[in-house]
Ligand binder design. Structure first.
Ligand SMILES: [Zn+2]
Length: 678
């Protein structure tokens, strides 16, 4: 899916190379520490003045807490008691975005599974391990108390007290907030009594009870208790790989991932370089081809790795001056790769003005996690937005906020220090607008992604269908062009040697079908799809073309032909040729030391005279693990750049030659030595 930064009718806006290097804003890493704030000020509504930053500091002289255990009763529902003078309006528990209105929105549906549950107060899912802020709003009844108010928070898990915190509120502060609209109070941290868990203790998961007692020296008491569930979500693992486009490398690709942690309902983000060389891209950029390449790398990599080592997402970074936006491949996209995707995306680095590279990363990966577009105005309607006139960006049909691109509620960035508050008219990150935050709808959608299911052993997206057995799988990919021609499908057999379990793909819907036949003319597998030639992001015709990609549990040895049809008319048929290709490595071949740039070479032949395509795999550990080194090579050589590899005396190379159907592989018998130096 594309984020269009500049109004343009093409889905890919590719700039000519500029003479100056792109400006890249380097931002600090976040891992349960509060980074230096580098973000621009959020956009505040005109009726509110900009946020006064309030440092969250502990009160120095905590009072001796009055036990409230015997005052509180069994109820778990919000406010238990308000005194004659002191009134508790409510407790907002936020980790980034929260719904908290007075009165509660009439659209609130208390049934958690109902889409309108997101209109209920405190309805945002809370994630164990995520920075958490409790904001208590106080008010007065008939008279405001004249002395200081002491507020005590008890935190309990399984009935046992885990923490007691106290805060002091002056009578003057109370008089200041008294009677003001809640939405106004929420825009400034100085207007609430704050209990911060930055970072939260590790026991703060599952059901947690919060008991609050507030009172003045005149013994007036206001009580509130509530319990909240802190759900465990899997840490998000995002791998990236730089894409060298026509000799130009993207700059500064690490350390720009912290927006993922700020905006997603996850407790941890691992962002790491996939241990493969840069992707080399010398052709024109074509969305389908880049995604296909990334998907091939993703599957070749994961096939060789245990499940624990899999990234959830693979992101390709292009040089910013060549690429102005991003693309992804979510499984809900009708023209995308289907049920086995939702794993890859790419984009260009952008300076922090505009949406910025980090936020392109956030937007594209959110698509893969299930989020669709927010409604967005055109650039003519709102100069902070960049949807082109006439472009249909395929707004999420369940976008619940009518024709507005805003987050609707008050957001807070608890991963900045001091925290930054985002007003309700800040744009949602799935809109085509600048400086976004996240709406309750988008936040909840991402929370529900099965890619964040906590069970590592069996990622939900890869559960086999009932009764499906593990077996060899074919990965078939190709490009369908708008003029009706198709590329020759590329076939890779995955042996499922790792822990992966691949479900059968059977889809009978779509105008194009890929059929796999056995020797008795029996159909071994079918995958149908629509090649609509409309970009799923913009609804505009694609100059690049959709592609297909499927997996079946078919052994290549059983396949007599593979046929791609459109509306029952055959577009291309592939049959196995009589002979497999032959291949053998020529260099290295004798335990050489490889340093800097060295050319790996091999010889290959095909008795049927078919053109061969090669993939290279690299093992740093004598064949225990294999990494994709290069794919789609048409020449029998590859220049290895050792600077991206680690020193090893156990390096091995495997070359896989494909005639389009059959593959043959050659592997070095003896390891060679890699030294990363120049
Ligand atoms: Zn998008």
């Amino acid at each position: 899916m594309i984020v269009q930064i500049v109004a343009a009718l093409t889905i890919f806006t590719i700039f000519s190379p500029s003479s100056s290097a792109p400006v890249v804003v380097k931002e600090s890493e976040v891992a349960f520490t509060i980074p230096t704030q580098v973000e621009a000020q959020p956009i505040l509504p005109v009726q509110f003045s900009p946020e006064t930053k309030v440092d969250l500091v502990e009160i120095d002289n905590p009072i001796v807490p009055v036990s409230i255990a015997d005052l509180l009763q069994q109820t778990a529902a919000s406010i238990a008691t308000n005194s004659a003078d002191l009134k508790i309006r409510g407790l907002e528990i936020t980790q980034g975005i929260q719904v908290f209105n007075e009165p509660e929105s009439p659209r609130c549906n208390s049934k958690v599974s109902h889409p309108d549950h997101i209109f209920c107060n405190n309805s945002m899912p809370l994630v164990a391990g995520r920075h958490t802020l409790l904001r208590l709003y106080l008010d007065c009844n008939d008279n405001c108390p004249t002395g200081d108010i002491l507020v005590q928070l008890r935190v309990l898990k399984d009935g046992a007290e885990r923490e007691v915190l106290t805060r002091q509120v002056s009578a003057a502060t109370l008089a200041q907030v008294n009677g003001r609209p809640l939405q106004e109070l929420r825009l400034n941290l100085g207007n609430s009594v704050n209990f911060e868990f930055l970072p939260p203790p590790d026991w703060m998961s599952g059901q947690i009870a919060f008991e609050i007692e507030a009172g003045s020296e005149q013994e007036t008491q206001a009580l509130l208790n509530t319990s909240q569930n802190f759900a465990v979500r899997k840490p998000l693992r995002v791998a990236y790989v730089p894409i060298q486009y026509q000799g130009v490398s993207p700059t500064e690709v690490p350390d720009i991932d912290h927006w993922l942690l700020r905006l997603y309902p996850v407790s941890e983000v691992e962002y790491f370089r996939l241990p493969v060389p840069d992707v080399i891209w010398d052709k024109e950029l074509n969305k389908a081809e880049v995604l296909q390449e990334l998907l091939t790398i993703y599957w070749l990599y994961t096939e060789q790795q245990p499940v624990e080592a899999w990234p959830d997402q693979l992101f390709g970074w292009l040089p910013q001056e060549y690429y102005n936006g991003g693309a992804s491949d979510p499984d809900w996209c009708p023209n995308c790769a289907g049920p086995h995707s939702s794993r890859v995306a790419f984009g260009g680095l952008r300076p922090e003005q505009d949406i910025g590279g980090p936020r392109i990363l956030v937007h594209e990966i959110a698509h893969n996690l299930g989020a669709k577009h927010a409604w967005s105005p055109t650039q003519q309607e709102d100069d902070q937005c960049f949807r082109a006139e006439g472009a249909d960006i395929r707004v999420d049909p369940t976008w619940p906020y009518a024709e507005t691109p805003y987050i609707q509620e008050i957001g807070i960035d608890l991963y900045s220090s001091p925290p930054i508050i985002y007003a309700p008219n800040v744009y949602d990150m799935m809109s085509y607008c600048t400086h976004p935050w996240v709406s309750p709808h988008t936040y909840r959608t991402i929370f529900e992604s099965n890619l964040l299911e906590p069970s590592l052993d069996s990622p939900a997206a890869f559960q086999p269908e009932n009764g499906a057995e593990r077996g060899p799988a074919l990965l078939i990919s190709g490009i369908v062009y708008p003029d009706g021609t198709v590329s020759r499908p590329e076939i890779v057999q995955l042996d499922q040697a790792g822990q992966r379990q691949i479900p059968l793909t059977t889809s009978t819907r779509g105008d194009h079908c890929l059929d796999v036949y056995g020797f008795n003319n029996d159909r071994l597998g079918q995958y149908c799809f629509n090649a609509g030639f409309l970009d799923a992001e913009t609804g505009l015709p694609t100059e690049s073309s959709p592609y297909f990609f499927t997996l079946t549990n078919v052994d290549l040895a059983d396949v007599a032909r593979i046929e791609l049809k459109k509306d029952q008319t055959s577009l291309i048929t592939i049959t196995p040729s009589a002979n497999k290709p032959t291949v053998s490595l020529t260099f290295p071949n004798n335990g050489e030391v490889i340093r800097g740039r060295q050319t790996i070479s091999w010889t290959a032949a095909d008795a049927d005279g078919e053109a061969l395509i090669y993939s290279l795999m690299y093992s740093p550990d004598g064949g225990q693990s294999w990494l994709p080194l290069a794919t789609h090579l048409t020449e029998p050589s590859y220049t290895l750049e050792t600077s991206s590899l680690t020193t090893t005396a156990q390096a091995l190379i495997r070359v896989i030659a494909s005639d389009g159907f059959h593959t043959s592989a050659a592997q070095l018998a003896a390891p060679f030595i890699v030294e990363p130096g120049p």
